[in-house]
Unconditional design. Structure first.
Length: 337
């Protein structure tokens, strides 16, 4: 059933006019607390797009500060995507058009084949799993996308499989920049993101109730993504944060700390590290050490313990690839002998 938008329910066939042209709605794709996503096509030429609009029904029910924040989120997303140079869009979804609909920001984005979460579900449904090399490749692509977000002066704060779109070649493109926060704003901020994929500093607030994040908060989410790609499971730390949020909302962090005597749940337990290595299927101790070193660096409990920038992560990924390739070559030679 199509999502409601206040006094007007969007319907297939509706025309939405933005700055560069008009877009005809075809079918709803997804919805969130403040946004709705429709499959659309250019009214004149048939170019496909994903049209992102404010959910004005939810907007009408929200308090004024919430409405202002939702509008600001879409404005920030449009501003970031507009600023990107064409050569910086390899792993970031392209903005095709933008403007206003019913007085709220609206945008047309390139339409891709689906997101990584559904892609992984389909793979596992047919008994297939990503190889460790594929997991490293996807992690490297997500790292490149984050590098561009950070280069343009933002932190993403919502990296997760559902926000990584998959094109027809199997390459990833990062989407959904509504949680973007400027890197230069060092002050603690309000809650943002998805509890199942957050760094400790993004889920557990300062004593004053605000959150102090930076670019390295995105790197923790990258580590959680790598663990999920390799094992098919979610880190127990992330599951605990997600469960606490669902049950207690903003008080979830306080409840979770109380359960752990004021501390935090373990981020990468020994059995989880063992599961990661087992699923990676590595042929040598050196390969395992490099692969686990990458994961531990990304999932370090404190931001200052994580990699400083994307290049450092690229080197760790390269080291893991090289160790795995060397171990594989050695195994082949021993087999031939």
């Amino acid at each position: 059933m199509p999502p409601h938008t206040g006094g007007h329910m969007l319907e297939a066939g509706d025309i939405i006019t933005l700055t560069a042209g008009a877009w005809r709605l075809r079918e709803p794709l997804a919805g969130s607390s403040y946004g709705v996503l429709w499959r659309a096509e250019a009214a004149g030429g048939g170019q496909p797009a994903a049209l992102k609009l404010v959910n004005t029904e939810q907007m009408g029910l929200a308090l004024p500060p919430q409405r202002l924040r939702w509008t600001a989120c879409l404005d920030a997303e449009i501003a970031f995507l507009r600023a990107l140079r064409p050569w910086d869009q390899r792993h970031i979804v392209r903005l095709l058009d933008s403007g206003e609909h019913l007085g709220q920001p609206a945008m047309a984005l390139e339409l891709l084949d689906g997101d990584l979460a559904h892609h992984l579900d389909r793979m596992r449904g047919r008994g297939d799993v990503p190889s460790f090399d594929q997991a490293l490749d996807w992690t490297a692509q997500a790292n490149q996308a984050l590098a561009k977000v950070h280069q343009y002066g933002w932190r993403h704060l919502d990296l997760k499989p559902a926000n990584l779109l998959v094109d027809h070649n199997g390459a990833l493109k990062l989407a959904d920049f509504g949680t973007n926060r400027p890197l230069l704003e060092r002050a603690p901020h309000s809650y943002a993101g998805t509890a199942n994929w957050q760094a400790p500093e993004q889920f557990f607030p300062d004593p004053d109730g605000a959150y102090r994040t930076d670019a390295r908060s995105d790197y923790f989410a990258l580590g959680a993504l790598l663990y999920h790609l390799v094992t098919g499971a979610m880190l127990r730390f992330c599951s605990a944060c997600g469960g606490a949020w669902r049950e207690h909302g903003m008080e979830g962090a306080t409840v979770l700390r109380a359960r752990h005597q004021g501390g935090l749940p373990a981020i990468l337990a020994p059995d989880e590290a063992a599961l990661y290595l087992r699923h990676a299927g590595l042929a040598s101790a050196a390969a395992g050490e490099a692969a686990l070193g990458l994961l531990r660096a990304l999932l370090a409990p404190r931001p200052e313990q994580r990699p400083r920038h994307a290049l450092e992560i690229s080197r760790l990924i390269g080291r893991a690839r090289a160790a795995c390739a060397e171990a594989g070559a050695g195994a082949s030679l021993r087999s031939a002998a």
